[in-house]
Write a protein that binds this ligand. Structure first.
Ligand SMILES: Cc1cc2nc3c(=O)[nH]c(=O)nc-3n(C[C@H](O)[C@H](O)[C@H](O)COP(=O)(O)O)c2cc1C
Length: 368
């Protein structure tokens, strides 16, 4: 038994995570679907989409910008104004009516953004002025080389910390169960953690503790507003996505885990390709629920994720693409119903197609 988590050892068993009771340990991983309008407002179909997937123990939403300046892709939603908040309320209500739980993933894309996506006068920012060697999306969807970001000032950092805290307040006001801080996959929080993107010489760079400081400050500010039991953090140690050079950065992740541990967040959510001593050490040190995502190598099938729970490597597992094409994934797994294959062409576009039209295998039955 991990402190705060009642362990019962199969993916189908309920678990308490922070302040939230989950019906099972299968989490729908955060997935950007680009269905919001230019104002960052999700359509009503998003409520249908998420409610269809409410048999997940927990849904983590698509990456969502905590401010207009944090946006890095066309069609991602925001949670920084009243109209956006109303759309989230419909989603939270629909998921709860279907018996589910939902956390909003807060994502600031940092240097993985484009000026055409953010308000006039706002800047593309990062810990240090180092451009990513990748293409980024313009507002019109055309891919272009990433721009040179501006190094954040202390004042800029404080403003972003405030934006995350205010967005978390909106998330709760909209009825969402909590938030997940996106500190993975090469976006702003990850950019602070990694020495390849963080060359700062002030209190936010230069040592493991200092690189971890920004993420810890964001977490502290969010926890002060909504309670740490309603906040998770996602990390991808060693991840190379979005031109990250994060290998050999183990000390920063241990410093981060230590810096966050005192808060007792609801969970730590780690993206992991292969197990390593760092992963085992994070699991051992982390005081509350530990979530793993071992995807991308293929589908995250029941046979892949189940041993993570039974062996005690994790308390929760998150699954991405299978949830896109199988809204009733947990029921399919429980009853051995074959899984449908996803269609990559509709991941990031397609309106309702590839979004809310994947069939339920169990419709009209009492299969739970
Ligand atoms: C369409 C799509 C969008 C994604 N968007 C996000 C995102 O917004 N935030 C995030 O943390 N990860 C995102 N991911 C990564 C997933 O959360 C997950 O880690 C990945 O899909 C691997 O799991 P899987 O093999 O079960 O799909 C995305 C993945 C996909 C396929």
């Amino acid at each position: 038994m991990t402190d705060g988590v009642v362990t019962t050892n199969t993916v189908f068993d309920p678990v308490r995570v922070g302040a939230v009771e989950l019906a099972n340990r299968v989490v729908m991983a955060p997935m950007t679907r680009n269905r919001a309008n230019a104002a960052g407002v999700l359509p009503d179909s998003a409520a249908t989409y998420y409610a269809q997937r409410a048999s997940a123990g927990l849904i983590v939403t698509e990456g969502t910008q905590p401010s207009a300046a944090a946006k890095g892709y066309p069609g991602t939603p925001g949670i920084h104004d009243d109209v956006q908040e109303q759309a989230w309320r419909k989603i939270a209500d629909a998921v709860h009516a279907a018996g589910g739980r939902i956390f909003c993933q807060l994502m600031h894309t940092g240097r993985i953004g484009h000026p055409s996506l953010i308000p006039e006068g706002a800047r593309i920012v990062a810990p240090s002025a180092i451009p990513a060697q990748v293409e980024v999306a313009r507002a019109d969807g055309v891919m272009v080389p990433a721009v040179l970001p501006e190094s954040l000032t202390a004042q800029g950092i404080a403003g972003i910390v405030r934006d995350f805290a205010e967005a978390s307040v909106r998330a709760r006001r909209a009825g969402l169960d909590g938030v997940e801080l996106h500190a993975a996959n090469g976006y702003l929080l990850h950019q602070f953690l990694s020495p390849g993107t963080n060359r700062r010489r002030d209190e936010y760079g230069g040592s493991a503790q200092r690189r971890a400081r920004f993420v810890v400050e964001v977490a502290e500010a969010v926890a002060a507003e909504i309670g740490a039991g309603r906040m998770g953090i996602r990390i991808s140690p060693g991840g190379q996505f979005n031109d990250m050079q994060d290998k050999g950065n183990e000390d920063t992740y241990l410093a981060l885990a230590d810096g966050l541990a005192a808060l007792r967040p609801a969970y730590l959510h780690t993206l992991r390709r292969r197990s390593s001593p760092l992963h085992r050490e994070l699991r051992n040190r982390w005081p509350t629920a530990y979530m793993l995502n071992t995807g991308y190598l293929g589908a995250s099938e029941l046979a892949d994720v189940s041993p993570l729970i039974t062996s005690g490597a994790a308390d929760l597992v998150s699954v991405g693409r299978l949830f896109i094409s199988n809204p009733d994934l947990v029921r399919r797994w429980r009853h051995g119903v074959p899984r449908a294959q996803w269609d990559e062409d509709t991941f990031y576009r397609g309106g309702d197609r590839g979004y809310i039209d994947y069939p339920f295998a169990c419709e009209g039955t009492d299969m739970r």
